[in-house]
Design a binder for this molecule. Structure first.
Ligand code: FE2
Length: 488
């Protein structure tokens, strides 16, 4: 492997750090790399062509009071494949907040579990308005650029998908929503359109928008909600965008007192707003369902009069009965999907009758789903999901779900090996939905190294087809994306 360290960013964390999201599999990196002529066990398939990018929350400085992993700066890892060859790049996203904290070599903003008045900075961004927009939640490729985003809403920071060269902030004909864009904008691979939403504390509390493959804003409309909510993801079908109004709120009293705490209203239904892709606010159809919180949706599609939506129903969204963690670990019990009891679930919204039916698809705790992106908004059969580690925000297994047969195939990794949100990369010229590859980054605590693993999506039983060594053991992180060569 040929490796070049491109930069090392400023960092100051205690040498005897024992924070669970700054040590172990969450040990932060400070170096940015380029690597080529990679060391490969097995063979990289010749028809795997595109780029896999994963976002990583990275702690660099001591927090003002308390560090939560979602407060970390964005470090992207990209591995690009072409004709059996691979290149790797890692870069921090040069957000405004990252640059300012690098300059001052300290934390300036209050994190998600800190009081806004703790912030040293006098202005911030995001739905809460006083946070650092760290762009470390999600990443997606649109118009040939990787776009990093933040779950509390903010900029879409653009980078070259392969080299991760900084391309600045996204603007569409000079415009960008004043309310920002939430993590989890969606790419419709069939149309090349980008669908997005944002949310905040001011009426109408949510907006939805759609951008053409050429960067033309085709729609941007209010999604009026009864009050501020904490949505995290959206879904779409060929005709509809699906926004959610789940009964997880910012508590009104704490907001009035100048800080933010979450409250879940078990007595209120989950509500969904379905809006025609290019429609107006008065065309919104509303559906209701059992109360829950859903972090991520798998996919949605139309089936006759019904819209089918798959996602992960949390049977215990308030982490009831779980030991409450305090101090520097405040709120970490809700990072464990096993505690939240997330289960694959299907909702069916009948647009003729207005009725909703729903069913659980599994007894197993999984989350962070991916599908073959060509099926986005269209009927899918397979999803690829992460098995979540007990007691830690990390993934230690990979599940292929077949929603037609109900079967689940598990790839289990040895203890101490953690993988990423795993993408499905269709084989060039493939026809079948699972004709392609699963690509993930693995961090092996036993061997103190990281690898990119490539599996045959149609036959997981043979194990990785290729193991590509990375220059350094990388930290666990959150979301990832796959973009085929033609989209770069
Ligand atoms: Fe997410």
């Amino acid at each position: 492997m040929k490796v070049q360290v491109r930069d090392e960013v400023a960092s100051a964390l205690p040498p005897d750090d024992d924070h669970p999201y700054r040590t172990g599999v969450w040990r932060p990196q400070t170096r940015e790399y380029d690597a080529w002529e990679m060391d490969v066990d097995g063979e990289i398939p010749e028809d795997l062509n595109g780029v896999y990018i994963r976002n990583t929350e990275t702690a660099l400085f001591e927090p003002i009071r308390r560090y939560h992993p979602f407060d970390g700066d964005s470090l992207l890892h990209a591995i690009s494949f072409e004709d059996g060859d691979a290149h790797y790049a890692s870069r921090f996203v040069r957000t405004d907040g990252f640059l300012q904290e690098q300059e001052e070599k300290r934390s300036l903003w209050a994190g998600i579990t800190e009081h806004p008045r703790d912030a040293i900075a006098t202005a911030g961004s995001g739905a809460r308005t006083m946070m650092k927009d760290n762009a470390s939640t999600d990443v997606i490729v649109h118009q040939g650029k990787a776009l990093a985003s933040f779950y509390q809403c903010g900029e879409l920071y653009a980078l070259d998908p392969r080299t991760l060269e900084d391309k600045g902030k996204t603007r569409w004909d000079g415009w960008f929503p004043a309310e920002g864009v939430s993590a989890h904008p969606k790419l419709d691979e069939q149309s090349g359109e980008l669908l997005f939403f944002n949310y905040g504390t001011q009426a109408p509390y949510m907006h939805y928008g759609i951008v053409s493959p050429d960067g033309e804003v085709l729609n941007y409309v209010d999604i009026p909600l009864p009050g501020p909510r904490l949505p995290h993801d959206m879904a779409f079908t060929e005709s509809w965008a699906i926004l959610n109004d789940l009964p997880l709120f910012w508590d009104r009293q704490s907001m009035a007192d100048g800080y933010y705490s979450n409250t879940f209203r078990r007595d209120m239904p989950s509500r969904f707003a379905l809006i025609p892709r290019y429609g107006s606010s008065d065309e919104i159809r509303r559906s209701a369902a059992e109360p829950t919180f859903v972090l991520h949706w798998t996919n949605a599609y139309e089936d006759g009069d019904e819209v089918v939506l798959d996602g992960f129903f949390q049977h215990n969204p308030t982490a009831r009965n779980a030991p409450r963690l305090g101090g520097n670990h405040k709120g970490f019990e809700t990072l464990d999907m096993n505690v939240l009891e997330a289960r694959a679930h299907r909702w069916r919204f009948n647009l003729e009758t207005g009725e909703t039916t729903e069913e659980s698809l599994s007894d197993r705790c999984t989350e962070f789903p991916m599908i073959n992106g060509r099926h986005g908004g269209r009927r899918h059969r397979y999803s690829y999901e992460a098995r979540c580690t007990n007691g830690l925000f990390a993934f230690d297994g990979l599940i292929k779900r077949d929603v037609e047969t109900g079967s689940e195939e598990l790839v289990e990794f040895e203890p101490g090996v953690f993988v990423s949100e795993t993408v499905m990369a269709p084989r060039a010229g493939s026809g079948a939905e699972d004709d392609g590859y699963l690509v993930t980054f693995a961090s092996d605590m036993n061997r103190d190294l990281s690898e990119c693993l490539v599996f045959d999506a149609a036959d997981l039983s043979v194990g990785p087809l290729a193991r590509i060594r990375l220059p350094e053991r990388i930290s666990s992180g959150t979301h990832s994306t796959w973009a085929p060569l033609g989209d770069l």
